[in-house]
Design a protein around this ligand. Structure first.
Ligand SMILES: O=C(O)CCC(=O)C(=O)O
Ligand SMILES: [Fe+2]
Length: 291
């Protein structure tokens, strides 16, 4: 009789604010409920979990994502890797797949993903790191009066700057099927500026320079100035990590409480990443204060 050797995962924190590295985990070999529960709680605690040097394939990356939750289509307007892998969003640097701006994935839709699972497929010889930042910490860096104001605000998120041209030129106006409907236009959506995490109850500053375009009910001048104040709170080095990728690395992040930035410092070299996203819910703000 052979006994499976069960080693317990260890999540080693990278900072006291955000990020952990998972040790003793082989995602291709073990997706037991106990491990998945450990990963989910590590994700709530650290927001970003790095699984170094895994050996996932498109199939096993999808299997890992499914263990964490229900998957979305690759992207609202960009189809998946191929017909067999509609969940995989390919970021190929030679085909526009660069994201050098702080953003939270797909906040321009009503229900942005709960989380993302990113895998390094082909890396440049140098550069191409990814940074993640803690949006709960960003919220807490605001002064108390500003936090109280932010708690009451809503913001518009618009995917058109990044994806309208792609939708029209490359997809002939017919995007992907997202949550059961074909996306033919990217109408801006509104989310609370402060998001209450549905699992931890903690508040985060849920705006990002990638997709947030204006604050609802404010003048243009007020909206621009206040968004600049909010954006300046996002990405402080104390609340961010920067990952140097190695082949096979897999990183999972909580997309409800973080933003990320793909550093574009590798010139014309090719860099290919595969991402899948876990279905999320509609962001909820703090309960309005009673008079
Ligand atoms: O290419 C990367 O490192 C990250 C790109 C990105 O924004 C994403 O995967 O959501
Ligand atoms: Fe992203």
């Amino acid at each position: 009789m052979t006994l499976a050797v069960h080693t317990h995962p260890v999540f080693e924190p990278l900072t006291t604010s955000i990020g952990a590295t998972a040790h003793h985990v082989d995602l291709a070999a073990d997706l037991s409920p106990a491990l998945v529960a450990d990963i989910r709680s590590a994700l709530l605690e650290h927001k970003v979990v790095i699984f170094p040097r895994q050996r996932l394939t498109p199939e096993s990356q999808i299997a890992f994502g499914r263990a964490l939750g229900e998957l979305t289509a690759s992207h609202p307007v960009v189809p998946g890797l191929d017909a067999a892998h509609p969940e995989i969003y390919v970021l190929d640097s030679t085909d526009g797949g660069k994201a050098p701006v702080w953003h939270t994935d797909v906040t321009f839709m009503k229900r942005p993903p709960l989380g993302s699972v990113l895998r390094a497929v082909s890396l440049p010889a140098v550069g191409g790191d990814t940074c993640w930042t803690n949006l709960e910490a960003a919220y807490l860096t605001l002064s108390e009066p500003l936090r109280r104001l932010a708690d009451q605000l809503h913001a518009e998120h618009d995917g058109r700057r990044d994806f309208q041209e792609y939708l029209e030129q490359r997809r002939n106006g017919e995007g992907n099927t997202w949550e059961g409907t074909t996306v033919r236009s990217l109408e801006p959506v509104t989310h609370p500026v402060v998001r209450v995490h549905p699992e931890t109850g903690r508040r985060s500053l849920f705006v990002n320079p990638g997709f947030t375009t204006r604050l609802i009910g404010l003048s243009d001048v007020e909206s621009r100035a206040l968004l600049d104040v909010f954006f300046a709170a996002i990405g402080k080095p104390e609340h961010s990590i920067r990952h140097r990728w190695h082949e096979g690395d897999v990183v999972v992040w909580d997309n409800r409480s973080t933003a990320h930035y793909a550093v574009d410092d590798y010139g014309d070299h090719r860099r290919v990443m595969h991402r899948i996203t876990i279905r999320g819910d509609e962001p909820v703000g703090p309960a309005p204060a009673h008079p």
